[in-house]
Design a binder for this molecule. Structure first.
Ligand code: NAI
Ligand code: MG
Length: 503
């Protein structure tokens, strides 16, 4: 139901540069592209070349007001659309996004530096899958009848909360957004998303595409900086629910602001996910599992990255050697090249932060830094934010590299001798997002799985977030769950009780 004409091509395009230019300088509010009220914009940079590829609209409180007002208007009508019909429309959006999968993959690779084959194309596919999943859940928005008294009919209903404010990060922006908007919309809410300043383009195009199917105002997109655009969205009186993915530090600011208004908040924050490898594991599968677990193809920029690996001593040396060999075989290069396994770090700020950790690790007495893979040689990439993956040994639990989220291609491998001791080390963390165990002894594996402090524990695999599996951390890793039916019901509806006295 788009208000035409739009600056962007109607059909899928594989010219990501031209698409980035066409998306420049605009929010998407009330079914159309609009510039920032202030007229201001900021640069979107390709981190593989250092070249500016677009300008993003620099949103502030005035843009937030406009978007939330439209979302609030639209919500009244949207909530009256039958739930299964809302789901069917979200399902239809999934089909449209599938048609645009390659386009979105190329665009996200351009703005984030994530490799097309190993990461960007996968993310674009999973987004459609998440929309399909939630699109099928409309009929689950049901209530109960309560046996209150013989002559009283007492029933509960699931009602939407209203306008949802969603704040997303740059590492997997399309997928992390889908986990919020799909359940919110199917449940009858409308949404205003504030994109991450480093990656505003692909999510903006998704917003446009979905607005071809959804009524105007149901899904709105703002770009801008955290304090200037994110904070007013969280604080806006008409925003009745806040959902945030990002750092612990910002998550706390968001939670405090939501508490001021007494609105519910879902937080998906960081992690320091342990991977525990027993000597009886399937060795080759576990080494390759470590590469996936560490998300080396995403430069380790993942909240579930296995950035501390504990290996039982008898296989420790062999494991480190094989892992080093395997990471060495990965190709770092142009994110848009099909041969590339590993792309770039997102921004200079993150690059410096990760390098700081690496330098600190190298300075620690006894530490060994195994630097893997090779820098790309293409002169066009000489300003690219490429960083060789590092596997550290010789560090222990006192190191900041073992305690803090690095969010880069850096992991620390430590030996262990005893299951109880390694469990204690794994749980000795501020975080509790995910963990994995690698063993053929299911008795030991299940026992530890029960006692690990984490929202998601996997044995002999370490998949990324999947539709239909409840996802979310304990401790400082967050509040609430995403990706599942329960996420839609618990976090995007409230339960109303209606009683009829028939006596
Ligand atoms: P961040 O948490 O500051 O940014 C995430 C989002 O929050 C962005 O859209 C940002 O504009 C917004 N934001 C910032 N300040 C805000 C405020 N006062 N009110 C409302 N919204 C605000 O994360 P950043 O600075 O990009 O990365 C720093 C570290 O955070 C990373 O090194 C990593 O350790 C962690 N991180 C974790 C992520 C996860 O998936 N759990 C994702 C991104 C970062
Ligand atoms: Mg920040």
């Amino acid at each position: 139901m788009l208000d035409t004409p739009h600056p962007t091509p109607a059909a899928p395009t594989l010219d990501q540069g031209a698409l980035a230019t066409a998306l420049s300088g605009r929010h998407f509010i009330g079914g159309r592209y609009v510039p920032a009220r202030s007229g201001k914009s900021f640069a979107v940079v390709n981190p593989a070349t250092g070249i500016e590829v677009a300008r993003a609209a620099e949103g502030d409180a005035a843009d937030v007001d406009a978007a939330v007002a439209d979302a609030a208007r639209a919500q009244k009508e949207w909530a009256r659309v039958p739930a299964r019909k809302r789901g069917a429309l979200v399902h239809q959006c999934a089909a449209l996004l599938k048609e645009h999968q390659e386009e979105l993959a190329r665009l996200i690779a351009l703005e984030t530096g994530k490799a097309l084959r190993t990461e960007s194309r996968v993310e674009a596919g999973v987004v459609a899958d998440v929309l399909e999943f939630f699109g099928g859940l409309g009929s689950e928005l049901k209530g109960e009848s309560v046996p209150f008294a013989p002559n009283v009919l007492s029933v509960t209903l699931r009602e939407p909360l209203g306008v949802v404010g969603a704040i997303i990060p740059w590492n997997v922006p399309m997928l992390l957004m889908a986990l919020k908007i799909a359940p919110a919309l199917v449940a009858g809410n409308t949404v205003v998303v504030k994109s991450a300043e480093e990656a505003p383009l692909a999510v903006l195009r998704i917003c446009e595409l979905m607005n071809r199917v959804l009524p105007p105002g149901c899904f709105n997109m703002l770009s801008g900086f955290g304090p200037e655009c994110g904070a007013p969205l969280v604080a806006h009186p008409l925003v009745r629910k806040v959902t945030f993915t990002g750092s612990v530090e910002t998550g706390k600011i968001v939670a405090k602001a939501a508490a001021e208004k007494l609105v519910p908040v879902t937080l998906e924050l960081g992690g320091k996910s342990p991977m525990i490898v027993f000597a009886d594991c399937d060795f080759a599968k576990t080494v390759s599992g470590a590469l996936t677990s560490m998300r080396f193809t995403r430069q380790g920029q993942s909240c579930t990255a296995a950035s501390r690996i504990y290996v039982e001593r008898p296989i420790f040396d062999a494991f480190v050697a094989e892992m080093e060999k395997a990471v060495n075989a990965m190709v770092m290069g142009d994110p848009l090249d099909e041969a590339t396994d590993i792309g770039t770090i997102i921004s200079e700020g993150q690059f410096e932060k990760v390098q700081g950790f690496i330098e600190e690790g190298k300075r620690t007495p006894g530490a060994v830094a195994h630097e893997c893979s090779a820098m790309p040689t293409d002169p066009a990439l000489k300003k690219g934010l490429f960083l060789r993956p590092v596997i550290f040994t010789g560090l222990d639990g006192s190191s900041r590299l073992v305690r803090e989220e690095i969010f880069g291609p850096v992991t620390v491998i430590q030996p262990f001798d005893d299951a109880e001791a390694v469990l204690a080390e794994a749980n000795d963390s501020e975080y509790g997002l995910a963990a994995s165990l690698w063993t053929n002894n299911l008795k030991v594996g299940l026992d530890l799985a029960h006692r690990l402090e984490a929202g998601l524990v996997q044995i002999n695999q370490n998949l990324v977030v999947q539709a239909n599996l409840s996802y979310g951390g304990v401790k400082s890793s967050g509040l609430g769950k995403e990706a599942s039916l329960e996420a839609m019901l618990e976090h995007f509806t409230h339960k109303k009780t209606i009683m009829v006295n028939m006596g």
